[in-house]
Design a protein around this ligand. Structure first.
Ligand SMILES: NC(=O)C1=CN([C@@H]2O[C@H](COP(=O)(O)OP(=O)(O)OC[C@H]3O[C@@H](n4cnc5c(N)ncnc54)[C@H](OP(=O)(O)O)[C@@H]3O)[C@@H](O)[C@H]2O)C=CC1
Ligand SMILES: O=C1O[C@H](COP(=O)(O)O)[C@@H](O)[C@H](O)[C@H]1O
Length: 551
């Protein structure tokens, strides 16, 4: 037997070497792009450079790409916002998210030196002309390729994009790429309006709609897992799979972002985009190739087969403070957030159960569940397989009853934290003299298996994709339309208050009604959680809930 294959130490070394080799190829591709053609400079503009996303994600991602040699040689980064700031101040705010190591100070200083900040408004043509002049001066080349990242609230997208197109386009042969952050509208109508507006000023080729979940390692891995493994592709259908559940949980509340959140709610914030994107990759047919268009064609095709959601298949909730908690943040309910109106009925938790009407998936529930202010931060996909037929084991004796004793096989793809893929299977209890069965896992936890391998941050990957001109991990306008078509009717029902709002305590495991609904559709929860303790949490404000539902 090949020792290299079995020794985890060697395996890790091999993986690290393979990763280094891939990175080397990428770096040379980047430098080829950077030096090829007549236009070899790049300018990366961050609109909303004073904001939260810029500070936490964009500046850090650009720094890591620069440090690791992935940015083109001749590049300038220009932050733009209304605030009177300096680049020093911007870095002061962003530095704690950039994780600069002791031995990286020299290269970090070089990174700082390619950055600058310009302040100006979002709707004044003179400011954009000034920005354009500054950019030309900094890059010393009017045809430098230009990338514009819109880290802004959607209220200013229209004016900013128009002014960019009219006043900040590079001279030929420089190209322009526009990175648009979610939310892409609030519903199908406003999303279409935004798309129509963008299409007046940019080609579809130039637009990169970012959904950062598409940059996460395990989300990208779904395609490989599904289509590079016969053992999985053969069973990836209604004959073998009983239910699919895609879960997003956060252990924080809105943390002062309530003003933004209240306008959108958890369905628009997480389900319509991140979870729907995951669903489309889990459920799509095999694409013809790994080309962006082939993959996106299949994603949109499966979304078109999603049937209208029935209101009875929706559970929504809003968190209330946990007055018994010692943590002051957990004592605050959603309505205590300063930006949130006291009578807000915006959901912070939602579960929707979807049906896909095609040959592969008819009858299999796809359960999308997302919640803020829960007991943990976690995102995962659980593919639950059907019961083994036959019932030959003692544990199987009560097959008639829905509470089966023999656990179902379940494939879990843990997106975060601690990326992992594990398959829950039944095994003979080790050492047992008879046939007693216990549930165990075939476990591929990345932190153990691929020790030392760096998994890039989602924004790092996606920004690099934009430099490379790769659209695999960006959302096409027809995908977006389908996602809105699916959630729009439910949003309307919620608006009309036709779906009861359930209060849950900050730190809860979830909402019991959601788990019951999932069980009714055939997803069998085999965890160890005992609802008895939680019941008091989900009905903490039962009286208030009842009163509101009566209104
Ligand atoms: N923060 C996050 O974690 C995530 C954010 N996003 C999306 O990214 C975009 C930016 O998010 P984020 O950085 O959190 O947003 P911010 O609220 O921090 O806004 C970014 C910048 O926009 C300007 N701004 C804020 N409000 C207004 C307004 N009403 N009118 C005009 N300008 C305004 C401010 O700059 P100034 O006043 O200096 O001009 C601010 O610094 C949003 O579309 C958001 O949905 C997506 C995923 C995650
Ligand atoms: O897009 C969003 O995502 C974040 C969660 O991102 P993650 O990468 O930390 O899982 C969420 O907090 C935010 O509300 C939402 O807008």
């Amino acid at each position: 037997m090949d020792k290299n294959k079995t020794n985890p130490q060697n395996l890790t070394t091999q993986v690290v070497q393979a990763a280094d080799c891939i990175f080397e190829r990428l770096r040379s591709e980047i430098s080829r792009i950077g030096s090829g053609g007549r236009s070899n400079s790049h300018i990366f503009f961050i609109f909303g450079a004073s904001g939260d996303l810029a500070k936490k994600k964009i500046y850090p991602a650009l720094w890591w790409l620069y440090r690791d040699g992935f940015l083109p040689e001749h590049i300038r980064i220009i932050g733009y916002a209304r605030s009177q700031l300096t680049i020093e101040k911007i870095f002061e705010n962003a530095k704690k998210f950039m994780k600069v190591q002791e031995d990286e100070h020299e290269i970090f200083e070089k990174f700082v030196s390619i950055n600058s900040y310009i302040n100006g408004s979002y709707d004044n043509k003179e400011d954009f002309e000034k920005l354009n002049n500054e950019a030309n001066k900094l890059s010393k080349q009017e045809s430098a390729h230009r990338l514009f990242y819109l880290a802004l609230p959607p209220s200013v997208y229209e004016s900013v994009t128009e002014l960019i197109s009219l006043h900040c386009r590079p001279k030929s042969p420089g190209w322009l790429r526009l990175i648009v952050e979610k939310p892409f509208g609030k519903d199908l109508e406003s999303s279409n309006k935004l798309s129509t507006h963008l299409s007046k000023f940019f080609t579809e080729e130039e637009i990169y709609r970012i959904d950062h979940y598409l940059g996460k390692e395990m989300v990208q891995n779904i395609i490989v897992l599904r289509f590079a493994n016969q053992i999985l592709s053969r069973v990836w259908n209604r004959d073998s799979i009983a239910a699919v559940i895609i879960i997003f949980k956060e252990d924080i509340g809105t943390q002062g972002r309530g003003g933004y959140f209240d306008e959108f709610g958890i369905i628009r914030d997480v389900i319509q985009n991140h979870l729907m994107q995951i669903l489309s990759i889990v459920a799509m047919e095999k694409p013809n190739s790994t080309k962006g268009e082939d993959i996106r064609d299949e994603k949109v095709k499966v979304l078109r087969s999603v049937l209208p959601i029935k209101p009875e298949d929706v559970v929504i909730g809003q968190y209330v403070g946990d007055k018994d908690s010692k943590d002051p943040e957990r004592q605050q309910g959603y309505l205590d957030d300063k930006g949130v109106p006291k009578d807000s009925t915006t959901p912070t938790y939602a579960q929707v159960i979807l049906s896909i009407n095609n040959e592969r998936w008819a009858g299999v529930p796809f359960i999308l569940r997302a919640g803020k202010a829960l007991n943990e931060k976690k995102a995962e996909i659980r593919i639950q397989f059907r019961d083994s037929p036959g019932g030959m084991f003692e544990e199987d004796a009560s097959q008639q009853d829905s509470n089966h004793k023999l656990a179902r096989d379940e494939l879990v793809i843990r997106v975060q934290p601690n990326e992992a893929i594990y398959l829950k299977v039944n095994t003979k209890r080790p050492g047992d003299m008879g046939f007693s069965i216990e549930e165990t896992e075939l476990d591929l936890t990345y932190g153990q298996r691929y020790e030392g391998v760096k998994l890039p941050d989602a924004y790092e990957r996606l920004i690099l994709d934009v430099f490379m001109g790769s659209k695999i991990n960006f959302v096409r306008s027809d995908e977006l339309q389908e996602a809105w078509r699916i959630v729009d009717p439910i949003l309307a029902e919620i608006e009309k208050k036709n779906i009861p709002m359930i209060r849950y305590k900050f730190g809860s495991f979830g909402i019991r009604e959601a788990f019951d609904a999932a069980a009714k559709h055939g997803y069998i929860f085999r965890g160890t959680y005992v609802w008895k303790n939680e019941r008091s949490a989900t009905i903490a404000n039962e009286e208030q809930t009842k009163a509101e539902n009566k209104k």
